[in-house]
Design a binder for this molecule. Structure first.
Ligand code: SF4
Length: 538
């Protein structure tokens, strides 16, 4: 049964702090949040004529480009006028000074926020715009932009501008503040850098490069403006981390805590780039094979499991192994061993090359055959057709796997099934929940990495429900074209995707206009797996 839950906080199922509250988002389900803005005009403010020209050439009819004048005083005056205007979206674009040593002339800085030191305007859709610019082949960075009252160079600039700023200019903060809650973007093309200051001989070339980048960015700005609008966001519940992933991450954290870095982890602990990058920052070293682990070191086996051959090799090398295999994967391993010991040919329904499949097949080499599709069933050659059993990879699409199992049962009526479902509770629940949001959505976005089987199956499940669906690692992967004409977006996350990523996606979409955030909860989960003895607290 689908429980409709218009959460007051928008994220009722998530631990406090895991998914940030969305500033400016209209939470609730009322139809008033979905509709057409009274004025959808995009105004682009360019301080100088050459900047305005460069943008006009690229933007066509996608926005009204205004020359707002050079310097803080003019920007303040224009800002006041803009506040009274009825535009739909606002872009401030021009050239600017780079603050980071690794910026080069022509690089684009998309502001995450812009400040004059007193007033700060957030630009929450910055990751969407930056992602689209990157896909257009442009060099882009995202970060804070600071506007100052007067031009400063070299050391003076470094002294006067917040060291966390990526770019500095004389206008953006006062112009962007005029957005007054409407979607706003600030893009500065770097003309000078700490290494190539404004008054150096290289400055002219830097300025020309910056103008070229502005022109190339202009069509993307038009797409950003066209993607703006009010929307409903439906969060699938459950979504994101499962008990097996939680446990695997906690195991690595505990080992890091106990023995300090480096801690070797064979394969990605779970299939998610954010999780892996975070643990790497904290001292985990991910390796593909045990041969990369020094003798006697500690190694963690990933949540997807390993074959007995890997365990034997670790023991032979004197490695201190900590096993983060999900207990539900271990359950499939045990079934494989049991069927093989009883003389069965085990058909493993799964995907070739997946680590979990490799681990399970290693439990009984010679007695397990991989079956990827219903067609593969025909190629099974059991010695005794009465002794066939089947198992499943834990993260398959429930309906597809069942179709393969059906064909297998037709060919081998005596085929033994696993004692209990192999496709795990987390996979099943997330597929059910994504189906529920897909039924009400124009588009479904699934947070997850491209090697996450669980996440990919969620995309396919939504697609089978007749809705366009995309896998995204984070908001930067959202293509603005996907949003055209879309008023309701379903959002889910694979079992390996951190809850915080969902918060980032919601926040970025809220930067394109007011969003009503609600959740469709098909079931709640309370499963928890205990830690292995090596990392349990004494
Ligand atoms: S998706 Fe299922 S099998 Fe995989 S780690 Fe999570 S609970 Fe375990």
């Amino acid at each position: 049964m689908t429980a409709h839950k218009a959460g007051a906080d928008g994220f009722p199922e998530v631990a406090p702090g895991a998914e940030p509250e969305v500033a400016g988002a209209a939470h609730g389900e009322g139809p008033d949040v979905v509709g057409v803005r009274p004025d959808t005009r995009m105004v682009v403010c360019a301080p100088l004529l050459p900047e305005a020209r460069a943008i006009r050439r690229g933007i066509g009819s996608g926005g009204e480009v205004r020359i707002t004048g050079y310097g803080a005083a003019r920007a303040r005056r224009q800002g006041e006028r803009l506040r009274r205007d009825t535009f739909g979206t606002l872009v401030v674009a021009g050239t600017g000074g780079g603050m980071a040593d690794d910026l080069r002339p022509g690089d684009l800085v998309v502001a995450s926020d812009v400040t004059d030191g007193t007033t700060t305007t957030a630009c929450p859709s910055a990751p969407l715009l930056a992602g689209e610019l990157r896909r257009a082949g442009l060099p882009v960075r995202t970060g804070p932009v600071v506007s100052v009252d007067r031009l400063a160079h070299g050391r003076e600039r470094a002294r006067r501008v917040d060291p966390g700023a990526l770019a500095v200019d004389l206008e953006s903060a006062w112009l962007a503040a005029a957005a007054g809650g409407r979607p706003v973007a600030v893009v500065r093309a770097v003309s000078d850098t700490p290494r190539r200051p404004l008054l150096s001989p290289a400055a002219l070339a830097g300025g020309l490069r910056a103008l070229r980048s502005l022109r190339a960015a202009a069509p993307v700005l038009a797409r950003w403006g066209a993607a703006a609008g009010q929307r409903r966001l439906l969060l699938a519940g459950p979504r994101s981390f499962c008990a097996g992933v939680d446990r695997a991450i906690e195991i690595v954290e505990k080992v890091l805590e106990r023995q300090g870095p480096p801690v070797y982890v064979r394969k990605q602990i779970v299939h998610n780039t954010h999780v892996v990058a975070d643990l790497e920052r904290r001292g985990a070293v991910f390796v593909d094979e045990l041969s990369e682990v020094p003798d006697g070191a500690c190694v963690v086996f990933s949540a997807h499991g390993v074959s007995p051959a890997v365990r034997r090799e670790a023991a032979r090398r004197g490695l201190a192994a900590v096993d983060a295999t999900c207990p539900l994967v271990s359950k499939v391993h045990a079934e494989a061993r049991r069927f093989a010991a009883d003389g069965y040919l085990v058909a493993l329904i799964g995907h070739a090359g997946h680590e979990e499949v490799e681990g399970t097949m290693g439990e009984a080499p010679g007695a397990i055959a991989l079956v990827e599709t219903a067609e593969d069933v025909a190629s099974l050659r059991p010695q005794d057709p009465g002794k066939v059993a089947y198992l499943m990879q834990t993260t398959l699409a429930v309906d597809e796997a069942e179709r393969v199992a059906e064909v297998l049962r037709e060919r081998f009526p005596a085929a033994r099934a696993p004692g209990s479902d192999d496709i795990c509770y987390a996979t099943t629940n997330r597929q059910q929940a994504v189906r529920a949001v897909a039924a009400e959505s124009d588009l479904v976005l699934v947070a997850g990495s491209s090697n996450s089987s669980n996440s990919l199956r969620l995309v396919e499940t939504a697609e089978r429900a007749g809705v366009p669906a995309h896998l995204i690692d984070g908001p930067a992967d959202i293509q603005l074209g996907w949003l055209a004409g879309v008023s309701t977006i379903g959002i889910s996350a694979g079992a390996s995707a951190p809850p915080a990523v969902v918060g980032q996606i919601v926040a970025a979409l809220a930067g394109l206009g007011p969003v009503g955030v609600s959740e469709r909860v098909t079931t709640t989960e309370s499963i928890h797996f205990s830690l292995p003895k090596e990392v349990r607290s004494p």
